[in-house]
Design a protein around this ligand. Sequence first.
Ligand code: ADP
Length: 613
Amino acid sequence: MTETVKSEVRSFDAEVHQLLSLMVNALYSNREIFLRELVSNASDACDRLRFAALTDESLKGLDQDLAIDISLDETAGTLTIRDNGIGMNREEVIENIGTIARSGTRRFLESLSGDRRKDAQLIGQFGVGFYSAFVVADSVTLETRKAGDTADAGIRWTSDGQGEYTLDSAQRPEQGTEITLTFKEDHRDLLNPHAIRRIIERYSNHIAFPIRLAGEEETDTVNDSQALWARPKSELGEDDYTGFYTSLTGDPEKPLSWAHHHVEGSQQYSLLLYVPGRAPFDLMVNRDEREGLKLYIQRVFIMDAAEELLPRYLRFMRGVVDASDLPLNVSREILQESELLDRIRQTVIKRSLDMLEKLAGEESEWDRFWEQFGPVLKEGVVEDPANQERLAALLRFDSTRDGESRISLDDYIAGMAEDEDTIWYLTADNLKAARSSPHLESFRKNGTEVLLLTDRIDEWLTAHLGEYKGKQLRSVSRGRLETDEKESFSEDDRKLAGRVKKALDERVGDVRPSSRLTESPSCAVVDESALSLQMQKMLRQAGQEVPENKPDMEINPTHPLVRRLASETDDKHFAELAHLLLDQALLAEGGELADPAAYVRRVNDLLVRTLDS
Ligand code: ADP
């Protein structure tokens, strides 16, 4: 009895349908990538069979002569791509081809920008590859049989991409998958060996299995299927490295830099690392999903091992590690305890930092890098104390210095007066808010440079980077200024501060006169040890309980509003004005008012009184 499965028609997942029409539109002008996607799936299938055969006796021998075959029938208008990789059984076909199991797809849908070129670039980063066949084809047939199953366990899947697919059983003497695309009329110009060869050379040259194209007389291997990373550096040129990068990552943009090492000695391994030129759009959101670094053992692909080999703050790095001295049937658990792997990890970090330092020497390159990956690299200052100083030297910040370009901590130090020992910074939501912060007033007056920090991570960064090359990092909005301690304020000023403190009572810690301000009447300051107002706000937004942390308020005794306050005899009016000063100080910080309605009422009362008088 071989007739096990009757023909069965099933509906796509609603999402698949939506995806198909979006994709056909988004990719119309980039139709060639369908082949890259199918070749990449075929190559994965071969990799997976080779890996499975390492441990599964019943698959031994099936992993010989793994290859990808492509043939064309110009008369029938079809292209067929076949691999002898792992194949799929019935459940897997339904699961992998009929539904979208991976959440990446939803994110892909949400991220479509409507800009065709950008959208096309995104495709490679998501698990939507197979469906790109429908960009050029109006009907697709997939036949497959899982390695290890019998010939009659084959499955045929057919669909015109319109919402349904049909499943039949099929005889498949050979394991693996064969996909036949019937081309739409307007894409049949691609159906000639010349065009197909060009596409393979362009996108799939470095696939590690032979890609053979059947011609009229003979079958040619089109790609260069050697493992590039295993070849001597002297044989490889820029095009080899950038081409391999594209086939590895699907990113058509050139990498910013790469480094290739063959480590000899008691333990041998090869390392090929890339710094990409462009961040995946979910780099910041997705701190845990990492597929950047592929682990091979003796040229057999073992697994994505970014988690084992790269610290989180280097998660943008891409590349390959090929170690000859690990057991082939290694599991993730064994890996995590392997001393060799630990050593490789240290080397990966060191080499990556070397690459980044070299890049940082080229201002325009580093600027491009920083735009994309700066905030991620900052995580390293927090997470990798051992390399903190090296990482800190790579940081770039906006500053109050004239001119647009960002500066490094070393630049800051170079511009310091000799007797200074403090690197001043200000954190804010954005540059505009930073530049207009009252805290900068006295620094501006004294000509002292202040770094302007506007990334979310900066609060953590500064909490972990207390000093750099012997210079203290200090926030301009924390603690008292030394100048204030030296400068003496009049008895009246101090009395006024006391009266304001009394009026504000619960809302502030301390109130004092200050020379910090030149234009604003007041500002809020927190203790050296307290959470900054920025940090408090971020934690609150993240849904965390934040301990009540009263800021101090500093007032500018020379400001007309403060002088007016000093002459106010009506206690009620005095209190209203004092509250306004505090509210304004908090607002100027980008802080939040606990009671915005009260603020509005106070401003309105004041307006009415002024207008009436
Ligand atoms: P992705 O390859 O990104 O996962 P695809 O839509 O291209 O997304 O493929 C979905 C799944 O279908 C693959 O993950 C794989 O499990 C399976 N698949 C696709 N092509 C093949 C093939 N040639 N051989 C075996 N499995 C395949």
